[in-house]
Design a protein. Structure first.
Length: 101
């Protein structure tokens, strides 16, 4: 592979307004899908760069984003791509994803 993934930030905000400029062009379910795609992109890059961990901000709200994030992380864990994940001890609006053992 000649092209590498850009290094992601150590903490990534998954709220659509943090990474999309044209929010009014999306329905709510589309925004959720965009956030999960963004999580995958940043988590895959963190795995590529051998980060020990990465944090994702999902916030409070009605829990739709949090539930989708945790479901996606379960898939990553089952596949062996990550070690585990847990809510941040200092802020439950953030999930900590431990990549290595």
């Amino acid at each position: 592979m000649t092209q590498s993934l850009p290094k992601p930030a150590k903490t990534v905000d998954l709220h659509a307004e943090a990474f999309l400029a044209d929010l009014e062009d999306y329905e709510l379910d589309e925004l959720l899908a965009e956030s999960i795609d963004y999580l995958r992109e940043k988590l895959d890059a963190a795995i590529y760069w051998s980060y020990p961990e990465i944090k994702f901000i999902h916030g409070k709200g009605k829990g739709a984003l949090k539930n989708a994030v945790y479901e996606e992380l379960r898939i990553y864990k089952q596949s062996g791509a990550i070690s585990h994940f847990h809510p941040s001890y200092s802020n439950e609006d953030i999930v900590v994803v431990v990549i290595g053992l």
